[in-house]
Ligand binder design. Structure first.
Ligand SMILES: C[S@@+](CC[C@H](N)C(=O)[O-])C[C@H]1O[C@@H](n2cnc3c(N)ncnc32)[C@H](O)[C@@H]1O
Length: 234
């Protein structure tokens, strides 16, 4: 590798690792903006063709039905969101994201696509941890490939943020990279022990379990609901 690029890469890795939470998220959002500008098809990582069928399969397995209201938290460029919008009835999809580039791209995609815009999805830019303005508790909250990028304090605060919009009937599904200990796999890929994900959720009255089965991903799928509710996993 070109030595200048190698040094830049090491520096970036170091800055992301030592940045306080808000700065980390600001840097991460700008990194996503840059990736969207360079190649929107790969801005969220793996290609849509590989990821969207898996996500639509597991949310349906977990009970998402077309008449239900979905919050796609960290919706990005609608890599998977466009398939969920197609599956859901009109007015049932809300997507939020902290990357202006991703949200602008998503809004443009909806505006250019008649079958998507007919479903009147709501896609919004949000600040990290902001109170979400939803007319009702969603039936389903999806965080696909979002906690995979959240450092510990951000993951804790995000669970707290989500807990505030959850109702008795809300199913929460999130994915995470899991390993023996907490740590960075790369500048923006973070792994957690399974027990830590569950404990952070439990501290917010959310009961999560791993979804059994081989879903063809390197991420673990967690699902559940408010502790003691009918959506509680297990
Ligand atoms: C890897 S992408 C996944 C996008 C989409 N869920 C998918 O699977 O196609 C992760 C997205 O989560 C967003 N994100 C990360 N932290 C967030 C937060 N605290 N609030 C809202 N969005 C967030 C990022 O900006 C990014 O667009």
């Amino acid at each position: 590798m070109n030595p200048v690029r190698a040094v830049k890469g090491r520096l970036k890795e170091w800055v992301f690792r030592i940045a306080p939470t808000r700065l980390y998220l600001a840097l991460y959002a700008r990194d996503t903006d840059r990736r969207v500008a360079e190649n929107p098809a790969r801005a969220s990582g793996h290609a849509e063709e590989a990821v969207a069928p898996i996500v639509t399969a597991y949310v349906r397995h977990l009970g998402l039905e077309p008449h239900q209201h979905l919050l796609d938290f960290g919706c990005g460029t609608l890599r998977t969101g466009k398939h969920l919008i197609a599956y859901l009835g009109p007015g049932r999809y809300v997507g939020v994201d902290i990357s202006r580039g991703a949200v602008d791209y998503a809004l443009d995609l909806v505006a250019r696509n008649e079958s998507l815009s007919r479903k009147t999805p709501r896609v919004e830019l949000v600040e990290p941890f902001q109170e979400l303005d939803l007319p009702r508790p969603p039936d389903f909250i999806l965080c696909h490939s979002v906690f995979t990028h959240l450092v510990r304090p951000a993951a804790r605060r995000t669970l707290h943020q989500l807990r505030h919009v959850m109702g008795e009937g809300t199913t929460l599904a999130l994915t995470a990279f899991c390993g023996e200990s907490y740590g960075h796999r790369s500048y923006k890929n973070i792994q957690y022990p399974v027990s830590e994900i569950k404990e952070m959720a439990r501290q917010n009255d959310i009961a999560l379990e791993e979804l059994a089965g081989d879903w063809g991903m390197s991420q673990t799928i967690f699902y559940g609901g408010l502790a003691g509710s009918s959506q509680t996993a297990g």
